[in-house]
Design a binder for this molecule. Structure first.
Ligand code: FAD
Length: 321
C-alpha cells in the first residue's frame, strides 16, 4: 500500500465540510488518503461513512471532551500524534485562518516545512511531493517543495473538485492531549454566523460588492443576488473600509481568498489586491458602469451598466427560470 497522506477534517454539526472532500481528492494523488478527526467522543464513528465515501481508507480519531473547547491546539496535537503513527508523505489542511496557524505550529513540532495556499499537488519524478501555488494575483505559478521533514500543505478551498474513489474507512484512535496552560479557550464566537448563507471561503457562488454599491443600505442588492444563487456575500476592501459591510467578508490579498464556481463582482474596479483573492474563480462576471474598469480584463462575462439596474434584473431572471 502507498504511503498515507493525512488530511485534517473540517466538520460542523455532524457533517463533513466540502473542503475535506477536496483535500482527500488531492491526498489520493499523492498516496493513501487518511482523515484526522478532532472532536468530542463519537465524532469519528459518526463521520467515518462519509469520509470513506470521500476516499479516506483510515480515520484517525482524536477525541476528548475538551477537544472542541480550545482553539487550534487540539488539531495540532492530533496531527502530530497521527503523523507519528502514520509516517505520512504529506499533511494537508484547508488554507483557512485556523488551517494556516495549525500548519505553522505543526511544522515547529515536526521540524518540517510548510507550503501555504496551494492550489494543487503532485509527485515529482523522484517522488518528492510538489505543491502548486498561484501567486501575484494568479500571474505566476510556483512549484514548491519542502526540503526538511514531512511537507505540511495548506490548500485553498475550491481548488479542485472532490472525486476521490470511495474506500472502507477503518477508525483508529490517536492521542489528543491538550495542555490547558498552553491553550486558548473558546469563550464565545464572533462574529455570529450569518443566517443560512454559506461560508465565504468555501461557497460555490460568491457575489461581492465594491465601493460602487455606495452605502451599507444598498448592500441588500448584493445580498439579494447572492441569495438567489444560494451564495455567499463578499466585499472589496474599499466597501469594508467605508463601513458598507463587515470586515469578515473582505475578499482579496488582506481578506479571504475565494475560488468559487461563479464570482459576481458588483461595482468592484478590480484592483490587483482584490484580484489576488478571487482570480482563480472558475467563472467571473463583472457589472460595472466604467467600461475601462480593470475587472473586465479577467471577467468571463462583463456587463457595462449600473449595478442597481442590472443586478435586480439578473436576480429576477434567475428566480423565474
Ligand atoms: P473602487 O476602486 O473605488 O471601484 C469602484 C468601482 O465601482 C469603479 O470601477 C466604478 O466604476 C464602479 N461603480 C461605481 N458606481 C457604480 C454603479 N452604480 N454601477 C456599477 N459600477 C459602479 N482591496 C480588496 O478588495 N481586497 C483586499 O484584500 C485588499 N488588500 C489591500 C492590501 C494593500 C496592502 C493595499 C495597499 C490595498 C488593498 N486593497 C484591497 C485595496 C485595493 O487597492 C483597492 O483600493 C480596492 O480593491 C478598491 O475597491 P473597489 O473596487 O470597491 O473600489
Amino acid at each position: 500500500m502507498s504511503q498515507p497522506v493525512l488530511v485534517l477534517v473540517e466538520h460542523a454539526d455532524g457533517a463533513v465540510r466540502p473542503v475535506t472532500g477536496e483535500l482527500l481528492t488531492l491526498a489520493a494523488q499523492l498516496g493513501s488518503p487518511a482523515a484526522v478527526v478532532v472532536g468530542n467522543p463519537g465524532t469519528a464513528e459518526l463521520l467515518a461513512g462519509e469520509l470513506g465515501r470521500l476516499g479516506a481508507g483510515t480515520v484517525y480519531a482524536a477525541e476528548s471532551d475538551e477537544a472542541t473547547g480550545y482553539l487550534i491546539t487540539p488539531a495540532v496535537a492530533a496531527l502530530q500524534a497521527a503523523a507519528q503513527v502514520a509516517e505520512p508523505a504529506a499533511i494537508l489542511v484547508a488554507s483557512t485562518v485556523d488551517g494556516r496557524e495549525i500548519s505553522g505550529r505543526l511544522a515547529v513540532r515536526l521540524n518540517s516545512g510548510v507550503i501555504s495556499d496551494a492550489v494543487g499537488v503532485s509527485r515529482a519524478e523522484d517522488g518528492t511531493v510538489v505543491a502548486e501555488q498561484s501567486v501575484f494575483g494568479g500571474d505566476y505559478t510556483v512549484h514548491a517543495r519542502v526540503t526538511l521533514g514531512t511537507p505540511i500543505i495548506s490548500v485553498r478551498t475550491n481548488s479542485v473538485e472532490a472525486h476521490a474513489e470511495a474506500a472502507q474507512a477503518a477508525v483508529q484512535a490517536v492521542d489528543v492531549t491538550v495542555d490547558p496552560a498552553a491553550s486558548a479557550t473558546v469563550v464565545a464566537e464572533h462574529p455570529e454566523p450569518v443566517g443560512d448563507r454559506p461560508e465565504l471561503g468555501s461557497a460555490s457562488v460568491v457575489v461581492s460588492g465594491g465601493r460602487g454599491v455606495g452605502s451599507a443600505e444598498n448592500f441588500t442588492v448584493v445580498e439579494d443576488l447572492a441569495d438567489v444563487f444560494g451564495g455567499a456575500v463578499g466585499a472589496s476592501r474599499a466597501a469594508v473600509d467605508s463601513g458598507y459591510y463587515p470586515h469578515q467578508f473582505q475578499v482579496g490579498q488582506t481578506g479571504t481568498s475565494v475560488s468559487p464556481q461563479l464570482y459576481i463582482a458588483l461595482g468592484v474596479s478590480g484592483a490587483i489586491q482584490h484580484r489576488a483573492g478571487m482570480q482563480t474563480s472558475k467563472t467571473i462576471v463583472a457589472i460595472n458602469k466604467d467600461a475601462d474598469a480593470p475587472i473586465f480584463e479577467l471577467a468571463d462575462i462583463g456587463v457595462v451598466g449600473d449595478l442597481f439596474d442590472v443586478a435586480p434584473k439578473v436576480a429576477e431572471a434567475v428566480r423565474s427560470s
